[in-house]
Design a protein. Structure first.
Length: 232
């Protein structure tokens, strides 16, 4: 069966980000979601420890760096480290923000609302012991359609989470909050421009005010005098 247009688009995004095997992105994202669901089912209902803003910001930067260092590596050789990262990230502001961003951006993609509903039912609102076939029936999908949509949604969230984490790291570098360092695969020639293109493609377009081309912007009196040769 030929790949869907949606899957081909997701493959293109993954490869632009340096992930030549989108199935590897899928497996890592699945690990995150399975750990999250299991944690949600079995966690103790105790109030979280209050953290200062300084502690939260430091924790956010440390977890993000670990995520960026691990996510591009082969899962079969780094599974234990990846599992430990996800366990450490549970109940942190960083993990909540990362998942919220990635899930929220799904709606900008074709079939995004279906993807979001599927992810929320399978992992955020799933009851213990509930099977995926039960969710498929509830959403009115056949098993084959559900399997395809599930893989697309999970892979898309995985690559969007990576792109968001990388973008936040670059912002902190620009602000000199963290020291500059290479982020794979942006140290490979030609990859940086591609990844920025796809990130911008999925971000909501900013509204720009329409300007009447017949009415140029008014110049300040100071600027007009300079152009006319009048000394200030």
């Amino acid at each position: 069966m030929p790949a869907s247009a949606n899957w081909r688009d997701i493959v293109t995004i993954c490869r632009a980000e340096g992930f030549d095997d989108p199935n590897d992105v899928y497996k890592k994202a699945m690990l995150m979601f399975k750990k999250f669901r299991s944690y949600k089912w079995h966690r103790k209902q105790s109030p979280p420890r209050m953290k200062s803003k300084k502690e939260t910001d430091m924790e956010r930067r440390q977890l993000r760096r670990r995520f960026l260092d691990l996510f591009w590596k082969p899962l079969d050789k780094n599974k234990e480290e990846m599992e430990k990262l996800v366990e450490d990230a549970m109940d942190t502001a960083w993990f909540d923000d990362l998942i919220d961003f990635a899930v929220g951006i799904l709606t900008l993609f074709n079939d995004g609302r279906t993807y979001r509903k599927l992810i929320e039912r399978c992992y955020f609102n799933a009851a213990p012991g509930e099977r995926q076939i039960d969710v498929a029936i509830e959403l009115g999908m056949g098993s084959s359609c559900f399997s395809d949509k599930h893989k697309e949604a999970v892979t898309l969230i995985g690559i969007e989470a990576w792109m968001h984490a990388k973008n936040m790291e670059y912002e902190d570098m620009a602000k000199r909050i963290v020291e500059y360092h290479d982020i794979y695969p942006d140290n490979i020639p030609g990859k940086r421009d591609q990844s920025e293109y796809f990130l911008n493609y999925f971000e909501p377009h900013k509204k720009q005010k329409n300007q009447d081309p017949k009415k140029p912007k008014k110049q300040s009196a100071k600027l007009r005098k300079k152009k006319d040769g009048v000394k200030q």
